[in-house]
Design a protein. Structure first.
Length: 306
């Protein structure tokens, strides 16, 4: 696994503050966002790395492990335990703490080889048979990916094929998924170490909205124009919904900004098949323009009657 310098990816120094990290992340995310770089695989890959770097460096605990163990930070606890066992068994019972103190500690560059020698397939020089028999199993690394979809894409349950680390995964995406929601695909992360279980795959949904609807959880909101005459006299209007067009009756003397609810015409509820929110329609009354002389006279006559 190659070393990825998260500080370099975000363009910051190792002593950067939380504020510096957040600012740098926003800058890099905007630069490499797939919406800004359509069909650019290089930018897409860099965008994923930017997100990965932010996830680690913005978390004080993960950042501390990363600063100490580099690419192997997710196995920090395993390293510590294994290193202590190794030092105890090779040092005649003497116990040392710290990664590189007196008594033959390990430098940051040694960790991967050390980990493999303790828990992997090859023997370390001087390692006893008894120590090899007690080699522990460790869970594989979790993978994280981001999936970009449009609001219409998550109106219905559908399947997609994703490629993660060169492996194709057939994924069912439930209707009603929220923006920035993360789901876990068990066992599709990195391979376990020394026969340990595989890690998991976490997918975060980035949902853009190119419709005229505004989403609020399970409900949808929209505004439609209503001509003055229909507002005053009543009538019918056709309203677009995500499931098709519907006709809506307009009451006489409807006021501007009147809201009506279309029950069950909103967004599907996540993992509750057949359950939908509501669609709220706001009327925007349109005042007629470019009136003819006759029309103006009629409005003047109407004004006198009122």
């Amino acid at each position: 696994m190659e070393f990825i310098d998260y500080y370099k990816i975000l363009g910051i120094s190792k002593d950067a503050s939380e504020k510096d990290i957040k600012k740098a992340y926003r800058k890099q995310a905007r630069k490499f966002h797939p919406d800004v770089n359509p069909n650019d695989e290089s930018a897409k890959k860099q965008f994923q790395r930017v997100n990965e770097a932010n996830e680690v460096l913005s978390d004080p605990v993960k950042r501390k492990k990363y600063d100490k163990y580099g690419k192997d930070w997710e196995h920090a606890e395993a390293y510590e335990k294994a290193r202590q066992q190794q030092q105890y068994s090779t040092g005649g019972g003497q116990y040392y703490s710290g990664a590189s103190g007196a008594g033959g500690g390990f430098s940051e560059g040694d960790f991967s080889d050390f980990f493999e020698s303790m828990f992997g397939g090859r023997s370390a020089a001087g390692q006893s048979e008894g120590s090899r028999r007690t080699s522990a199993k460790f869970r594989g690394q979790d993978f994280r990916a981001e999936l970009h979809l449009d609001l219409k894409d998550v109106y219905k349950t559908h399947k997609q094929t994703l490629t993660v680390n060169g492996k194709k995964i057939r994924l069912t995406i439930p209707a009603g998924v929220e923006n920035n929601q993360t789901i876990k695909i068990k066992g599709h992360g990195g391979k376990g170490i020394n026969g340990g279980p595989n890690g998991d795959l976490y997918i975060t949904f980035n949902i853009t909205n190119h419709t005229h609807f505004k989403r609020g959880g399970k409900n949808l909101y929209t505004t439609i124009d209503l001509d003055l005459y229909t507002a005053v006299l009543g009538g019918e209007v056709t309203v677009e919904t995500l499931s098709g067009k519907v006709k809506l009756k307009v009451k006489p003397e409807t006021q501007n900004n009147t809201k009506v609810k279309l029950k069950g015409k909103g967004f599907p509820v996540y993992k509750k098949e057949g359950h939908y929110g509501d669609l709220f329609v706001t009327y925007h009354i349109k005042i007629p323009t470019n009136l003819s002389k006759k029309e103006k006279e009629l409005f003047e006559e109407l004004a006198k009657l009122r």
